[in-house]
Design a protein around this ligand. Structure first.
Ligand code: ATP
Length: 301
């Protein structure tokens, strides 16, 4: 549905996009992750035809998008910075809907539906300046999703959002994808991508350096398990868990391994008398930080 090839953009000496490529299928949610300055926002602005790129193409459903050939109805963009008019929530949604070419009847229907999905119904008559930050964030996303675009770009939509706002937003995004929208969701939080069941694209220095399912990209990364014992004295480490993979810190054991649960089981099996003194066990899956570190090492950065 979204097909981006060879995007390049320079700002003077700064190369913001350096051959950025991304394909997103209908109904797919791609979690676009990467360090600050990796080019994620520039990419979103280029796809929305809000800036002129130096090279490359953006296609939605096979048709090229350029600043001259924008198709607002096909695209929804919620940038990082809130962009709302100083009027009521309802007027903001009406304005967005008209901009996207929705007719009166459909507009009223979609506003009711989207407001309901994002918990905004009661807030529609209120002036935007009276809404809390989280409520404004939901309204901002609603304005981008109202017309059920073919491609939806959300740039860190949950920054500063409370858990309720976060959940509403994630569900609304998943629902839209289930109707066939291709979504690019920029975030720094891996757990959100799990809720969305998103695939991953990792950006670095203006290009995508890794693309695939979460399982594919995270499978090779080690996770961590921490076992806390009432008394850890005398624990013995099986040979494969000794060295840097495992160690005793006070009465806690921290093991880093590809399969941390299996490693914990091996440690307990080797120490049956300590198993009765186990107070807690905590598994930490690999984080996005672990993924960046691994990819940057692999790419020689
Ligand atoms: P963040 O996670 O902080 O939002 P990002 O991945 O979205 O970062 P971009 O905002 O796309 O990164 O920026 C990519 C690079 O381009 C950065 O080095 C940034 O300083 C530069 N850049 C972006 N917009 C401009 C601009 N209008 N003028 C000059 N440089 C810019």
């Amino acid at each position: 549905m979204l097909s981006v090839a060879g995007l390049r953009k320079r700002y003077g000496e700064v190369v913001a996009l350096d051959g950025f490529e991304l394909e997103v299928a209908p109904g797919e949610i791609v979690g676009l992750v990467g360090h600050n300055g990796a080019g994620k926002t520039t990419f979103a602005r280029a796809v929305a035809a809000l800036l002129r790129v130096d090279a490359g193409t953006v296609r939605v459903a096979g048709r090229p998008i350029t600043p001259r050939r924008r198709r607002p109805g096909e695209l929804g963009l919620a940038p990082q910075e809130l962009a709302l008019f100083p009027t009521t929530a309802l007027e903001n949604l009406r304005y967005a809907g008209r901009l996207y070419g929705l007719g009166r009847h459909t507009l009223a229907e979609r506003i009711a539906e989207t407001a309901e999905a994002l918990g905004l119904t009661e807030l529609l008559p209120r002036p935007v300046e009276d809404l809390s930050g989280g409520q404004q964030r939901r309204l901002h996303a609603a304005a981008a999703m109202l017309h059920r675009p073919r491609v939806l770009l959300l740039d860190e939509p949950t920054v500063g959002a409370d858990p309720v706002t976060r959940e509403l937003l994630l569900h609304a995004v998943r629902d839209l994808a289930d109707r066939g929208t291709a979504v690019v969701y920029t975030t720094h939080y891996l757990p959100e991508l799990e809720v969305l069941d998103a695939t991953l694209a990792v950006a670095d220095h203006g290009r995508v350096i890794a693309r695939g399912s979460r399982a594919e990209l995270l499978a090779a990364l080690p996770g961590r398990v921490t076992l806390s014992f009432a008394d850890g004295a005398g624990l013995v480490f099986p040979p494969d868990l000794s060295g840097h993979a495992g160690g005793l810190h006070g009465d806690d054991v921290v093991i880093t391994a590809i399969d941390p649960a299996a490693a914990a089981a091996r440690l307990l099996a080797a120490n049956p008398e300590h198993a009765a003194r186990l107070r807690s066990i905590a598994l930490d899956a690999p984080s996005l930080d672990d993924l960046y570190r691994e990819l940057l090492t692999r790419n020689g950065a």
